[in-house]
Design a binder for this molecule. Structure first.
Ligand SMILES: Cc1ncc(COP(=O)(O)O)c(C=O)c1O
Length: 388
């Protein structure tokens, strides 16, 4: 059994969390005793919520912070965007690199609401072109969905180009929803510059916020149906859910310690600088890919190019189930990675690794070259034992 944990599973959730984030969550748990708008230290709680919204809005280039809706994760943000926007008869263009948190709400709506979905195929490296997305758009296309960076291969999609070209379309144009689960905090995102109408972000991955946090940005001219209806802390005489944002989409007691921590995390990432974070993660990704390429019987998937991907690397070892590889890495080398389909079956069909999936390595801000050496040493040890 290994003595220390080497965590290379940041694409699932980042760990460890920065000290200021931990301290801010503790502070909120100790000091805030009220739900915003509902008595006690409500004014302080409201301030924390408002400031968090401003910090997040600034980070993604949103002019109006009331368009930032806090959610419990990226899945909740994607569900709100998809289920809140689409109506019977709408057509959706998406890609074969979708996570199930996009694919499953779409599948349900195909079956029960009567929407139509075109899934644009990515190439074997997980890339889609802006041309193939635009070619799939029809007169009744209401929504285009792009996974900014794949959680299987790390492949980065051409969000800016698609956003710009959708804005150039004449007549009623489709809206652009971006799943930024693997990109927010690593790639710069400006919703206005990139023509993004809906941006779904987890707080707990590359933003280094607490689990149970995330948000959805909604463009100024969009009205969605809420997923949840109920108490909003004000306008209680209204029979139906108020139109006012952010209350329209945030019924019930919010995750105040989580949101306070998320705001601190966004400040931390901004202070550290996402260009520097990207450089550091790219150099770790390069070390993983170079090391894996030198190992006999190892196949790498995705672009294998740090310029075209984030630090998410999938591989397989000839003749071994991915679960055996990750089991060895965890038990003998103390290296934690993630194995299987990563909730993205279409991505694995695209790259030819369905249904077993791959072993996925995802270093983060606190990973080191020493961690990568431990991963590669562990794999060498495993391959050496097989040869004997
Ligand atoms: C591309 C992608 N989309 C959506 C999600 C869902 O994120 P969350 O766990 O925050 O709901 C993930 C999580 O792994 C992801 O990688």
């Amino acid at each position: 059994m290994a003595e220390r944990i080497i965590y290379l599973n940041n694409a699932a959730t980042s760990w460890p969390k920065p000290e200021p984030v931990v301290n801010r969550v503790l502070w909120a748990l100790k000091e805030l005793n009220a739900t915003p708008g509902r008595g006690g230290t409500a004014a302080a709680s409201e301030r924390v919520l408002f400031e968090a919204r401003e910090v997040v809005a600034g980070f993604i280039g949103a002019g109006d912070s009331s368009r930032v809706i806090f959610t419990s994760n990226a899945t909740a943000a994607l569900n709100l965007a998809i289920c809140g926007l689409l109506r019977s008869g709408d057509h959706v263009v998406t890609t074969s690199m979708d996570h199930n948190s996009v694919a499953r709400p779409l599948a349900r709506m195909e079956d029960t609401v009567g929407i139509e979905v075109s899934r644009v195929g990515a190439d074997r490296e997980g890339s889609v072109t802006a041309d193939s997305i635009l070619d799939a758009v029809r007169p009744h296309t209401a929504l285009v969905i792009l996974t900014h960076a794949s959680n299987v291969t790390g492949t980065i999609q051409p969000v800016e180009e698609v956003g710009r070209r959708l804005r150039e379309l004449e007549g009623k144009r489709p809206r652009l929803l971006v799943d930024a689960a693997q990109s927010a905090g690593i790639l710069p995102i400006d919703v206005r510059v990139s023509g993004i109408d809906l941006l779904a972000v987890p707080g707990h991955k590359a933003l280094y916020g607490p689990a149970g946090t995330g948000f959805l940005y909604i463009a100024d001219d969009l009205v969605l149906d809420p997923l949840l209806e109920g108490g909003t802390g004000g306008r209680s005489t209204l029979r139906r859910q108020p139109d006012l944002l952010p209350e329209r989409y945030e019924s019930g007691t919010p995750n105040l310690p989580g949101i306070a921590g998320l705001a601190e995390a966004v400040k931390y990432v901004s202070r550290t600088g996402i260009d520097g974070i990207r450089r550091q993660e790219s150099s770790l990704a390069a070390a993983v890919m170079e090391g894996l390429q030198d190992l006999p019987g190892v196949t790498l998937y995705g672009p294998c190019d740090p310029e075209r991907q984030v630090a998410v690397i999938s591989f397989r070892v000839d003749g071994l189930d991915p679960a055996e590889v990750s089991g060895f890495l965890e038990e003998v080398a103390g290296v934690q990675v993630r194995v299987g389909l990563h909730c993205s079956p279409f991505s694995h069909q695209t790259i030819g690794t369905y249904p077993e999936g791959t072993v996925r390595v995802s270093p983060g801000l606190f990973s080191t070259q020493e961690d990568i050496r431990a991963l590669l040493d562990g794999l060498r040890q495993m391959l050496g034992m097989r040869r004997k």
